[in-house]
Design a protein around this ligand. Sequence first.
Ligand SMILES: [Mg+2]
Length: 192
Amino acid sequence: MAFAHIVLGISEGWRQRRTLRLLVQHTPPGRTVLDLQPAMLAERGVAVLVLDFDGVLAPHGADRPLPEVHAWLRQVVAALGEEKVFILSNRPHGPRMDWFRIELPGVRVISGVRKKPYPDGLVRAGELANVPLSAILMVDDRLLTGCLAAITAGCVPYYVRSPFVDLRQRPRKELFFMLLRWAERRLVRLSP
Ligand SMILES: [Mg+2]
């Protein structure tokens, strides 16, 4: 079913709303992926980093990460090893994937799995890197996709609360996703 991952996001997100609410509460409002210091990863017990693309590495629909994110990715690869860094996007196709093949060829893009919040992509990353799921940090700007997948899989979620947006390039798409992020934060705040 084409929308099964959305249905799962709402139903499982509702079930896990307390965990998700705590995640939001413990996340500084301005957090971007650049706040994650590569040198700290190993210290925090992170062996594998799995990164969402849209909003996390670049604004929605971009064909490559932002220049400052590219520099950060190089530091991450130096710190963890390129075989320990994965991209898990619900849109793993187009020029963005070619960019990784050329610029960071050791970083693997996970495809052919059910979309987040299904935990399949994280399970695949754990198998490929041969690490336990608890040693994986999933970086995502969406509570009901990547963060929820991390919680379901037993990985550690890293919630990017201030995703990269470009309202001039793609106003309608960015506004839609801003609304979506707002709605999911509202959902997880609902009690009990
Ligand atoms: Mg995203």
